[in-house]
Write a protein that binds this ligand. Structure first.
Ligand code: URA
Length: 210
């Protein structure tokens, strides 16, 4: 991907995102919209996958038809909210391998600490798409990418639903080689680290935990 940041301004994405932002949207509808939007975002983040051709016979004649070149893909969910994006993407790319990164924030140091890490083998040979709906401070996202690089990943993309300018700047500083795809770039973070105007806590809204 050429740009460090791609905002997917497709009307369907923007419409669904607006419905998700509304505080009255139920958990069930929020989850459904996230599933739909994740497929539209997956379409954008995989736009430049390498292609080859295969001979097929249509009812009329033989032709060389385009197919994916078989580039191995790994989707990595940053727990827990990443799972909301993961489900829809797997429907579109069912053969992708899946990894999980779990990080929590240490209350004293405020630094992200790893509590779970399980990723597919041969990460160096795969296009790795890390998914987390909210790119807020960027600290946990940057730490997750650090872990993926330590595990061998060299070609990584980061997919989110909403990004704050602070998070984009943090990622650009830490991982300028990792393109970000998002549905919107919001105004700012508030004092509690929430994206404004945002949509609230993505995990709570998709899992109904608040
Ligand atoms: N995580 C969320 O779920 N929401 C925000 O606004 C910021 C981080």
């Amino acid at each position: 991907m050429k740009n460090h940041l791609t905002v997917v301004d497709h009307p369907l994405v923007q419409h669904k995102l607006t419905l998700m932002r509304e505080k009255g949207t139920s958990t069930a509808v929020f989850r459904q919209l996230l599933r739909e939007i994740s497929q539209l975002l997956a379409y954008e983040v995989t736009r430049e996958l390498p292609m080859t051709t295969r001979k097929v016979e249509t009812p009329l004649q033989e032709m060389d038809a385009p197919v994916l070149a078989g580039r191995k893909l790994a989707l990595v969910s940053i727990l827990r909210a990443g799972n909301g994006l993961l489900d829809g993407m797997l429907e579109l790319i069912p053969s992708a391998r899946v990894g999980f990164v779990g990080l929590y924030r240490d209350e004293e140091t405020l630094k992200p600490v790893q509590y779970y890490f399980k990723v597919p083998t041969e990460l160096n040979d795969r296009l790795v798409i890390a998914v987390d709906p909210m790119l807020a401070t960027g600290n946990s996202s940057a730490a997750a990418i650090d872990l993926l690089k330590e595990a061998g990943a060299t070609d990584i993309r980061f997919l989110c639903l909403l990004a704050a300018p602070e998070g984009v700047a943090r990622m650009k500083e830490a991982h300028p080689d990792v393109p970000i795809v998002t549905a919107a770039l919001d105004e700012r973070l508030n004092e509690k680290g929430y994206i404004v105007p945002g949509l609230g806590d993505a995990g709570d809204r998709m899992f109904g935990t608040k």
